[in-house]
Design a protein around this ligand. Structure first.
Ligand code: HEM
Length: 417
């Protein structure tokens, strides 16, 4: 190596990345015994970073930028063009303030109230069925919650359509070939649907309540005092709807954790709020969801003895940092108690990104995700009984997102009296 950074030999390592998935960076970090190494992904020189200190550097906005970092295929399905994920500096901060403006305590409370309503309705429906596929049911439930909370109700039929399209955008995000194209197509359909709403609101034909995303984003003004381009409004609204549906992945993992650790069910029945949050954090730490995030090096800099070059593509290892032996005792064990005395470190526990919300790219919906998981956990543990028939509960380390094969089948669901 000429820059001090361990380098993986070979022309390209995209195939091993697809094969090893969430563990790609972790495996190499072990082999090189280094939290930073260089490889080639999709023909490009790429720096992979893992661990707490690497995360702290990665979130230093003097050193890293997001513009020009996200691969096009992700921009076209998962992000949308010119969305907050691709912005830097003042423009990013202003846009991020818009996203955080719907996450006030009051608005989150409203969100959980809506979530409870739809869990109640869903439970009534499920009790009438022999069995349900939890993942599919919860996605639809979340879609109703998202629509209601965002400010415009849609009818049953539209919910089904919307759920399907929104899922295809994130279910196709890590894929190549037909699944990727399905995701692209879904993104286009969704943009059309959302554009209709934005037009109606701007024309005064539709008036969503003031504290909703639809109202706030449609009437948001950029740093120059102009209304946002309507294409950007559409992209940012989908940045709210899409990830809310994606919480279904975590809710499925909650159900899996309850199946795999029956002792936890007993603990949770009598748990205080603190243990409930510890359990939720352990689900977010333990199970795979986001593999890594990409950024571009803004200027040459030296980290420890490594010289990092301007323009390099860098990946921060999300999954591997949450499973780092230096940060977590027995990281491959599911154990909520590890969070009992865990401080609030912004760089070692990063399932939804690290650092700060406003000045950095940390997930705008993190608190909302946690609250939705809390409501769902409460229903699964305290408000319903069900059987778990034999099924394939395995999940793959190289699928994005990774979801238990069976999508979790529950049988004879009944309300707990
Ligand atoms: C960004 C994960 C749910 C809105 C992110 C990032 C991750 C993430 C890893 C990137 C952090 C970075 O680039 O440094 C997740 C996971 C979720 C989730 C695992 C669980 C389903 C949500 C929800 C919302 C949301 C429910 C909104 C309602 C956003 C936005 C960004 C973001 C707007 C971009 C922030 C920025 O670039 O400044 N999320 N997220 N996410 N998330 Fe989430």
């Amino acid at each position: 190596t000429n820059n001090g950074i361990p380098r993986e030999e070979g022309l390209d390592h995209t195939l091993p990345l697809l094969k090893e998935g969430y563990e790609f960076i972790m495996n190499r970090k072990r082999n090189f015994n280094s939290n930073i190494f260089e490889t080639r992904i999709m023909g490009k020189k790429s720096i992979c970073m893992s661990g707490r200190d690497a995360a702290q550097v990665f979130y230093d906005t003097d050193l890293f930028q997001r513009e020009g970092a996200a691969p096009n295929r992700l921009v076209q399905t998962l992000f949308g063009e010119n969305g907050v994920q691709t912005l830097d500096g003042e423009v990013h901060r202003h846009r991020k303030e818009m996203h955080m403006s719907i996450m006030s305590e009051d608005n989150l409370k409203k969100f959980t109230e809506i979530a409870v309503q739809y869990w109640e309705k869903a439970l009534d429906q499920w009790s009438k069925k022999y069995e349900i596929v939890l993942y599919d049911e919860v996605k639809e439930l979340l879609c109703k919650v998202a629509c209601t909370w965002a400010g415009v109700l849609v009818d049953e039929e539209e919910v089904k359509w919307l759920t399907k399209e929104l899922s295809e955008t994130f279910e196709g995000a890590g894929s190549v070939g037909p699944t990727h194209w399905k995701g692209r197509n879904a993104q286009n359909q969704l943009e059309k649907w959302m554009m209709e709403l934005v037009h109606k609101i701007r024309d005064g034909r539709l008036i969503p309540p003031e504290d909703t995303a639809l109202h706030k984003y449609t009437w948001h003004k950029d740093l120059n005092g102009n209304l946002l381009d309507k294409n950007i409004v559409v992209v940012e609204l989908l940045n709210v709807y899409r990830p809310i549906i994606a919480i279904s992945v975590y809710i499925n993992f909650i159900a899996l954790a309850l199946i795999e650790h029956p002792d936890e069910v007993e603990k949770l029945k009598n748990a205080d709020e603190k243990y409930t949050y510890m359990f939720i954090d352990e689900v977010r730490r333990f199970y795979p969801f986001f593999p890594f995030i990409a950024a571009k090096v803004k200027d040459d800099f030296t980290w420890r003895d490594y010289k990092v070059q301007k323009g390099s593509l860098a990946f921060l290892d999300i999954y591997g940092t949450n499973h780092d032996e230096n940060l977590w005792l027995y990281p491959e064990e599911f154990n909520p108690n590890r969070f009992a005395d865990q401080g609030n470190d912004r760089f070692s526990f990063i399932p939804q990104g690290g650092g700060e919300y406003l000045t950095g790219h940390r997930c705008a919906g993190e608190q909302l995700t946690i609250e939705m998981m809390k409501v769902s956990l409460d229903y699964l543990v305290n408000h319903m009984v069900y059987e778990v028939p034999e099924q394939d509960l395995t999940f793959e380390m190289n699928e994005f997102p990774s979801i238990p094969r069976s999508r979790i089948i529950l049988r004879n669901v009944e309300r707990k009296l």
